[in-house]
Design a protein. Structure first.
Length: 294
């Protein structure tokens, strides 16, 4: 099974050929001007126009320009095609344009045109009242499993040395802080959370998204009865962690302004396409892009 970091050439090919074909399948709330921001992470930091400012390995860009009152004035992306071009060539299509804090033009600096190692969008939204997302990561499942495998105290259970001691780093995929069984278990947990949303909260609009190393589970109902404020999200965290013993990341649930991996973008660290899935039996190998040499 292909489980490695994508090359620059493979990233180029994916965003040039495959990604545009998936755009029409984006969830309907992910539009050019709906999420308040899009964000891109780079493998190699890229300079900005202003001198004496550190190179950037992660940038956020607003979808709207706003006035002093925070009201929207001008959209930074006219349509989804503009978002696609920003993702494909962030330095050449930076919404900051000629601002001194825009990414530097690759033609005038000694750096290649940067490519995205990861693409994100903001859960904070201009039109929707909120988006609730639960994050389940194979790394956390692996650490939990490792802790159950040893009976002695360890100084740093978050260290790779701890994972190496219990054999997780040697298990396939070698060198990653989890095993394939942890990825599969994360997917299973994701559908358990979806069932909780639908059965216990009467949610009608849910979605499970495979992220490359785990899943995101969405609760998207916009009915006022389902508005989850900060306190409600903390209660939900406690329910999932304590009552159902599902290893979620509670920080993500609580953060209404979080950025999340954009569906159908490439998780370059594992050569897998982020995508909505319909079954806990999802085969992660099917998420390998066509451009990846297997």
């Amino acid at each position: 099974m292909t489980w490695r970091q994508a090359t620059r050439e493979e990233i180029d090919a994916f965003y040039a050929t495959e990604f545009p074909r998936h755009v029409e399948n984006l969830p309907e709330f992910i539009t050019a001007d709906g999420p308040k921001q899009y964000a891109v992470a780079f493998r190699d930091p890229h300079p900005v126009r202003k001198d004496d400012v550190p190179d950037r390995e992660f940038i956020r860009r607003d979808t709207w320009q706003t006035d002093a009152s925070g009201d929207r004035t001008t959209a930074n992306f006219d349509d989804v095609d503009d978002v696609v071009e920003f993702i494909r060539h962030p330095a050449r299509n930076d919404p900051l344009d000629r601002s001194r804090f825009a990414l530097a033009d690759p033609d005038v600096v000694d750096k290649k045109d940067p490519r995205p190692d990861a693409v994100y969008y903001a859960l904070d939204h201009w039109e929707r009242p909120w988006v609730l997302l639960v994050d389940i990561d194979a790394k956390e499942i692996a650490r939990q499993r490792a802790a159950e495998m040893v009976s002695i105290a360890v100084d740093d259970p978050d260290s790779d040395a701890f994972l190496d001691a219990v054999g997780i780093l040697e298990a396939a995929p070698e060198g990653y802080p989890y095993a394939f069984e942890d990825v599969d278990r994360a997917i299973e947990y994701g559908f358990e959370v979806r069932d909780i949303f639908e059965d216990d909260f009467d949610a009608e609009e849910t979605m499970v998204v495979y992220t490359g190393q785990g899943v995101h589970v969405y609760l998207l109902d916009t009915d006022p009865a389902h508005r989850y404020d900060a306190q409600s999200r903390e209660v939900l965290n406690d329910l999932l962690l304590e009552s159902y013993e599902i290893p979620i990341d509670p920080v993500v649930t609580a953060d209404r302004r979080r950025v999340a991996r954009l569906p159908y973008s490439l998780h370059a660290d594992v050569c897998k396409i982020v995508q909505p899935i319909e079954s806990p039996a999802f085969d992660v190998q099917s998420a390998t892009p066509e451009v990846i040499d297997q």
